[in-house]
Design a protein around this ligand. Structure first.
Ligand code: ATP
Length: 316
């Protein structure tokens, strides 16, 4: 009997240089199968570059990437497409397909070139469009969809591909808050390994099992949201002033940002937030938290997630 690999992704001492500039430096991490990893960091930190190394869009200068315990360079193009689905940051332009035709492209790695689309295939396509809330736009031209709708179609295509690893480069970019939550919850329910670059740190905190924090191409922290999202790290890497409390529902870090503070140069030249110059009013956070807890309880918070019979708010 074949054993199922327990490590989905292993990245070891990865460097990527281009035009004599180091974009990624000595990045190493491992991700167990089935976990959801959030890649966070400021603009230009190297998040997309790292993700591109995982699906072989970029060949790193040094270091190794192993997926499902096989070195990445040993995969054939089709072999990789059977294991890894990708939703890139920018939606493709000038696509003359309808939404459902684009989603059908996700079936390609599983079918021969000449094989026909079956009734079972159609069911898979429609199911994926229902899951992303777009069944009513199935026959609309992809180009005529809104940015968020395009993003959801591309996520449906990735779902149809039935990958073991899903790589999402800023999947929530164009989505309103409802779909930000819903799409990440949806990919979580797939039970596969997910790597997503996410700018919203509170969303990353709520949704991800593990986080890696990149800064200037280097991995500066990795671990659970509680281990990575600390005031010190956020202040140091993003140069903002914040306070961390516990989210009233899921218990992971909840970041409250402060405004109007002044940045000052630290001793090592790094920008640090001048926390002392902006103290929140005493008890204000405690009051806000109590209020949030009360309203969560009052609302019952059991809105149905579309395309999934489970209830939101399950981590009580
Ligand atoms: N092909 C390339 N040629 C030259 N420089 C590049 C190339 N790709 C990326 N870079 C540079 O590498 C750095 C990291 O870019 P990357 O897109 O990985 O960052 P990011 O963390 O995803 O940023 P953002 O949050 O803004 O999307 C940037 O300074 C970018 O200009």
């Amino acid at each position: 009997m074949m054993s199922v690999p327990s490590t989905a992704i292993s990245v070891s001492h990865l460097d990527w240089e281009i035009a004599q500039q180091a974009i990624l430096s000595d990045v190493s991490f491992q991700l167990p199968r089935g976990a959801m990893l959030g890649v966070i960091g400021p603009n230009g930190a190297g998040k997309s570059s790292l993700l591109r190394c995982l699906y072989r869009y970029i060949i790193p200068t040094r270091g190794d990437v192993t997926l499902l315990e096989q070195p990445l360079h040993l995969y054939s193009a089709q072999g990789l497409a059977l294991k890894v689905a990708v939703v890139q940051q920018d939606t493709p332009a000038n696509i003359e397909l309808t939404a459902i035709e684009l989603v059908a492209m996700g079936l390609t790695p599983h079918k021969g070139l000449l094989s026909r689309q079956t009734a079972a295939d159609n069911h898979i396509l429609e199911d994926a469009l229902i899951k992303v809330g777009l069944i009513d736009k199935a026959h609309q031209r992809f180009n005529a969809l809104s940015g968020g709708e395009k993003q959801r179609v591309l996520i449906a295509r990735a779902i149809v591909q039935q990958p073991q690893i899903l790589v999402l480069d800023e999947p929530t970019n164009h989505l309103d808050i409802r779909y930000q939550i819903q799409i990440l919850e949806l990919v979580k329910t797939l039970g596969i390994t997910v790597v997503a670059s996410i700018h919203d740190l509170n969303l990353a905190s709520a949704m991800c099992d593990q986080l890696i924090l990149l800064n200037q191409g280097r991995l500066v922290a990795q671990g659970t949201p509680s281990q990575v999202l600390t005031v010190k790290q956020i202040s140091h890497v993003f140069g903002v002033c914040c306070e961390i409390s516990q989210h009233p529902q899921h218990g992971n870090p909840l970041i409250t940002y402060y405004y109007g503070y002044h940045e000052k140069k630290g001793g090592n030249g790094a920008q640090t937030a001048n926390v002392a110059s902006l103290q929140p009013p005493a008890n204000s956070l405690e009051q806000a938290l109590t209020k949030a807890q009360d309203s969560v309880q009052a609302a019952g918070y059991h809105q149905q997630v579309q395309g999934d019979s489970s209830q939101r708010g399950g981590r009580s």
